[in-house]
Ligand binder design. Structure first.
Ligand SMILES: *[C@@H]1O[C@H](CO)[C@@H](O)[C@H](O)[C@H]1NC(C)=O
Ligand SMILES: *[C@@H]1O[C@H](CO)[C@@H](O)[C@H](O)[C@H]1NC(C)=O
Length: 428
């Protein structure tokens, strides 16, 4: 009897262990967090909402990150907070969409801009939790850094105003890119520097030296140049590339390269990217995408795959080749046409396009709801509509002469609110 009881107790304890461990890896944060936390601590925090399906998908990843950081002995603590309950904290961090991922270090907040994979988030944690500008003290460390990162920004020289400017740029751009400092001796022999101090950007097997006169402000230069010239691009990265101000020539490919055409397009873009870098590199990035989801949203329809297109992320515009592209020469003609305005710009972010995009995204959000649960779908549409009608009716009825514009947010379904927030972010 006693043995039975103790085995039940043991089983109970064993069940409890993972629960306890789980909660230890990821701490649930509430509105008291800012008062109780030690400013010396570094935090990785996720804000979620109970209805957000992307947040649920992130849960296992979040737990893995928590446990991995713990086992690595990282000083970074991992937390999560329900933004619909802990509204004070969410307001403090200006949370506008879910899941929102950010780090808090020395009372400075760093928003995570990338895809929600463990690798990508861990990389972000590594970047932000370390020094803004890391010192590379040996050739071996330099080689290690360059083999692990597509793009390296390296400061060479003694302390100077330029270094101050680089550190200031790093405060904002550390969420995207690593920053290093090194002495002249540890750089490869083939790097030629005419003067010190200098800022170098290594990418695509070559390097660029910052020149204030030619390149303008240092931070803008890094923003412009911080992507590889040709690479596999995902939706998050493409969105972020808008900040560079460059156009992007994309090969849209099937996820599993099923037909020959895929490779042909990819190689064509890569060839132009490498062989005509001097002509087009200042205006264009080059790459390929294997998931057309982001592009479908941009062009508000289903993108042709495989295909080639140029996107202007500064204004959500895009350009399609007037005729199928077979040769390198035709592709170069297309790029020239985009630059000189002879190829028609489609899309864009003028008012009518924004309205169309909002309607498109609303439709895309609601379609799966209707498919899976038609009654719920009708309710989600019908309820706000009914409230809207009653509201309008009351407005008209009570209007003394001129109606005062009430800035009330309409009562949207949660899924639509999410879309709305995403759209807001896009048009930032
Ligand atoms: C540092 O930045 C300031 C302000 O942007 C600029 O005026 C100055 O020339 C920069 N200094 C160097 C050495 O780049
Ligand atoms: C891309 O968009 C920006 C911002 O609207 C605009 O200034 C630029 O001319 C566009 N580029 C092309 C090639 O249309």
């Amino acid at each position: 009897m006693a043995a039975q009881r103790s085995s039940v107790l043991l089983a109970g304890l064993l069940l409890l262990v993972p629960v306890l461990l789980g909660s230890a890896f990821v701490e649930e944060l509430d509105d008291t967090f800012m008062e109780t936390t030690d400013p010396e601590e570094i935090w990785l925090i996720q804000f979620y909402a109970p209805w957000c399906s992307f947040c649920k998908q992130l849960d296992p990843v979040w737990h893995q990150i928590g446990s991995e950081l713990r086992s690595l002995g990282s000083p970074v603590r991992v937390g999560k907070s329900d933004a619909t309950v802990n509204t004070g904290l969410a307001k403090e961090f200006k949370i506008r969409n879910y899941p929102a991922i950010l780090m808090l270090k020395n009372n400075v907040k760093f928003n995570y801009p990338g895809s929600r994979t463990k690798e990508s988030i861990m990389d972000f944690v590594d970047r932000v939790s370390g020094p803004l500008v890391r010192s590379l003290s040996s050739t071996r460390l330099f080689q290690h850094a360059i083999s692990h990162h597509d793009v390296l920004v390296v400061y060479v020289g003694a302390t100077s105003e330029l270094k101050g400017n680089l550190t200031a740029a790093a405060e904002e751009l550390i969420v995207h890119t690593y920053f290093f400092s090194a002495s002249r001796e540890i750089l490869p022999q083939e790097v030629t520097l005419t003067s010190l101090p200098a800022v170098l950007l290594f990418k695509d097997g070559t390097y660029f030296i910052y020149d204030e006169e030619q390149d303008g402000d240092l931070k803008s230069w890094i923003k412009r140049e911080r992507f590889p010239n040709f690479f596999l691009i995902d939706g998050y990265t493409l969105y972020a590339m808008g900040e560079s101000g460059k156009l992007v020539l994309l090969a849209l490919l099937e996820e599993r390269h099923l037909c020959e055409e895929n490779l042909r397009y990819k190689h064509l873009v890569e060839k132009v990217a490498t062989e005509h870098k001097d002509t087009y590199g200042r205006k264009f990035y080059f790459g390929f995408m294997e998931d057309s989801g982001y592009i479908d949203g941009l062009i508000m329809g289903e993108a042709l795959v495989p295909s080639l297109m140029v996107v202007n992320l500064s204004n959500d515009g895009y350009f399609l080749p007037p005729a199928p592209i077979e040769t390198e020469l035709q592709l170069l003609d297309f790029l020239d046409g985009v630059l000189d305005g002879s190829v028609e710009a489609l899309g864009g972010n003028c008012f009518t396009q924004r309205v169309r995009r909002f309607l498109y995204e609303t439709r895309m959000t609601l379609m799966p709801v209707f498919r899976d649960a038609p009654v719920l779908g009708c309710f989600l549409i019908g309820f706000p509509l009914a409230v809207g009608c009653v509201f309008c009716y009351l407005c008209i009825k009570n209007r003394p002469g001129s109606a005062d514009d009430d800035e009330d947010t309409p009562l949207l379904a949660p899924s639509m609110q999410r879309k709305k927030k995403l759209t807001e972010k896009k048009s930032d």
